[in-house]
Design a binder for this molecule. Structure first.
Ligand code: ADP
Ligand code: MG
Length: 322
C-alpha cells in the first residue's frame, strides 16, 4: 500500500516545486486571500505553506490525506465542470508518502488540530490553538525515495522552478497576497489588491509593468483580459507568456501561437513578448483531467479562442500605434 502510494506520488510530485504548486493550489481552492510560502535548501529540507483559507474540519483531516479523497468532486458529473484547481485528491496523499508532513488547521471558531504523517502513515495528532486557516510543513522530501533525488537539477534551478510557480499563481490571482521566501529571505511579495498591473510590477518589476498595455475581448463562450508588452519590449524566451484559464496556469502551444500571431511581423525572430492573459470560460468546455500535473487541458472551441486572442492583441497594437 505504501509502495503503491510512492509510485503514484511520483506522477504528481516530481520535485520541490510540485509540492509548492499543489499546496498553494489547495490554499487557493480554500479561498485564501493571504498565502505565505517559505522553503529551506531549495525545498528539500523544508517547505512551509500557510494560508488563511477555510481550514479543514478536525474529522476530515485523515480523509484529506487519503488517496483519491477530495472534497471538490462529488460525482462523475462534476468532473465535466471542474471549477477548482484540484480535483483528484492525490496531492496530500502523494506528498505525505514521500516526506514528513505536519499540518495545523482550523475552521472558523473551532478548535484546531495538529497532525503528522510520514512515509504514507499517520504518526499522531493533538489539539492545537490556531486561527482559521491551514499551515502545512513538508520536511525531508524524498527521504524514502532516494532515486527521485537523482532527477533533481541544481538547487538554483529547483529554486527557479519554485519562483516560477509562485509567479504564475500570483499573476492568476491578483486578489490574493503571496509572500515567497527562501529561509526567511523574501523573494516575492504581492499586494493582493486585485490589480493585475500592480501584480506584474511585483513579479517582473515596475519598469516592465509600466510598459504594458491592457487588452480584452469576448464572444459567446470566452472572455479574455490581459496585459501585454509593446513589440519593443521582448524577451528571448516564451517563458514570460502566462496563460491562465479560469485561474489555472496552463501550457498550450496553440494559444501561445495565437498570441504571437497577434503581434505578427511586429516581433523580430526569436523575440517573445511579455503577456499575461486570463481566459474565463464555462468549465463545461474544458477537460482538465488530461495529465497528472493538470497543466495540460483539452479545450473545446480552441480555434475560436485562438482567433479571439489574436484579434484582441492585434487590435490593441493598432489602437496604440495610430
Ligand atoms: P484535491 O485538491 O484534488 O481535492 P488534495 O490531496 O490536494 O486533493 O487535498 C485533499 C483535500 O484536503 C481537499 O479536497 C480539501 O478538502 C482539503 N485541503 C487540502 N489543503 C487544504 C487547505 N489548504 N485548506 C483547506 N482544505 C484543504
Ligand atoms: Mg489539491
Amino acid at each position: 500500500e505504501n509502495l503503491t502510494n510512492q509510485i503514484a506520488a511520483g506522477e504528481v510530485i516530481e520535485r520541490p516545486a510540485s509540492v509548492v504548486k499543489e499546496l498553494v493550489e489547495n490554499s487557493l481552492d480554500a479561498g485564501a486571500t493571504r498565502i505565505r510560502v517559505d522553503f529551506i535548501d531549495a525545498g528539500l529540507k523544508q517547505i512551509v505553506v500557510q494560508d488563511n483559507g477555510t481550514g479543514i474540519a478536525r474529522d476530515q483531516v485523515d480523509l484529506a490525506f487519503t488517496r483519491h479523497a477530495t472534497s471538490k468532486i462529488n460525482n462523475e458529473h462534476d468532473l465535466f465542470k471542474v471549477s477548482t484547481l484540484g480535483f483528484r485528491g492525490e496531492a496530500l496523499a502523494s506528498i505525505s508518502a514521500v516526506s514528513h508532513v505536519e499540518i495545523v488547521t482550523a475552521t472558523e471558531n473551532a478548535i484546531g488540530i495538529k497532525a503528522e504523517f510520514s512515509g504514507g502513515s499517520k504518526k499522531g495528532q493533538e489539539d492545537a490553538a490556531s486561527q482559521k486557516g491551514t499551515k502545512i510543513t513538508v520536511r525531508d522530501l524524498f527521504f524514502n525515495t532516494p532515486a527521485r533525488l537523482k532527477y533533481l537539477r541544481s538547487p538554483r534551478t529547483e529554486i527557479m522552478k519554485i519562483v516560477d510557480i509562485i509567479n504564475r499563481l500570483s499573476l492568476g490571482y491578483p486578489q490574493v497576497s503571496f509572500t515567497l521566501s527562501n529561509t526567511g529571505k523574501v523573494l516575492l511579495r504581492t499586494t493582493g489588491n486585485g490589480n493585475l498591473k500592480q501584480t506584474i510590477a511585483n513579479v517582473y518589476g515596475r519598469h516592465i509593468a509600466e510598459k504594458m498595455e491592457s487588452f480584452e475581448a469576448k464572444d459567446s463562450d470566452f472572455k479574455i483580459t490581459g496585459l501585454m508588452s509593446k513589440p519593443e519590449l521582448t524577451r528571448s524566451t516564451r517563458n514570460f507568456i502566462s496563460i491562465l484559464l479560469n485561474g489555472r496556469y496552463i501550457k498550450n502551444f496553440q494559444l501561445n501561437n495565437a498570441i504571437m500571431d497577434g503581434y505578427g511581423s511586429k516581433l523580430t525572430a526569436r523575440h517573445y513578448p511579455i503577456v499575461v492573459i486570463a481566459i474565463h470560460v464555462d468549465p463545461l468546455l474544458v477537460d482538465v483531467n488530461v495529465h497528472p500535473t493538470k497543466q495540460e487541458v483539452r479545450l473545446s472551441k480552441e480555434k475560436e479562442l485562438s482567433r479571439l486572442i489574436t484579434g484582441a492583441i492585434s487590435d490593441a497594437l493598432l489602437d496604440k500605434t495610430e
